[in-house]
Write a protein that binds this ligand. Structure first.
Ligand code: PLP
Length: 230
């Protein structure tokens, strides 16, 4: 019995967070291209308020939600109680939800077309709320996926600047069936070309590669919270 070696399986949120933070540090140590600071965004879709409160208590300060409506049900009370929390919209935004999104989120990562840029800019002006924006780039040019095509990015960036949208960076979700690294490298290059600092890229399975290729924020769900119930 004594010869059995138990490799501890991280069963608590605290343990999983510690492993992720250690892996993030390792990735940062290994590459010259890394950003000076890499933010962990907890991708918290489907997670209930009790789990979110536990994550906040462990020191996580950035969360990403995919749906405006789900976030509206979960976050207002938690945000009021924990003003340090920054909420990111990481799922697609429809223009008829722009008012609600601007009222709730601190960062909107999924600006991807003129109509959304205009709607968000108008709401920011109307509500007087400061909301940082990122443009989602469809690096794999997948027809079913949100994001602007790389060739149309410069035009959308120019429009956002004309609208005085507070643009802080780019985000991407690489095709699920491909090596993500070339997509991260592309997003990194596009951000540099556009003079944008933020690069939101990398999820549970590929965040180390994303960090080595210049991510300033990684969005991690499954590795942190465990498998999602669907
Ligand atoms: C769910 C989601 C993530 C996190 O994905 P995991 O593989 O669970 O880490 C990251 N980004 C977006 C846009 C997501 O929808």
């Amino acid at each position: 019995m004594n010869s059995t070696v138990y490799i501890p399986h991280p069963t608590s949120l605290a343990d999983r967070l510690a492993l992720i933070r250690a892996a993030m540090d390792t990735a940062r140590a290994g590459s010259p291209a890394v950003a000076s600071r890499v933010e962990l965004i907890a991708a918290s879709k489907t997670q209930p308020a009790e789990i979110l409160a536990e994550a906040i208590a462990l020191g996580i300060t950035a969360f990403g939600e995919n749906k405006v409506q789900e976030a509206q049900a979960k976050w207002p009370a938690l945000k009021a109680a924990h003003p340090q929390v920054q909420l990111h919209l990481i799922g697609p935004l429809q223009s008829n939800k722009a008012a609600e999104a601007v009222a709730l989120f601190d960062v909107i990562q999924t600006i991807d077309r003129e109509k959304i840029a205009r709607a968000v800019a108008a709401e920011i002006a109307r509500q007087g709320r400061s909301v940082s924006c990122m443009i989602q780039v469809n690096t794999g040019e997948e027809p079913q996926k949100g994001g602007v095509a790389p060739r149309d990015l410069a035009g959308l960036v120019a429009l956002c600047r004309e609208l005085e949208l507070p643009l802080v960076g780019l985000m991407c979700i690489p095709p699920a069936d491909q090596n993500a690294a070339p997509h991260f490298a592309l997003l990194n290059r596009l951000a540099a070309e556009q003079g944008l600092n933020g690069r939101s890229m990398g999820m549970s399975d590929d965040f180390s590669a994303a960090i080595r290729l210049g991510a300033t924020a990684v969005r991690i769900g499954t590795r942190l919270f465990g498998a999602r119930q669907s």
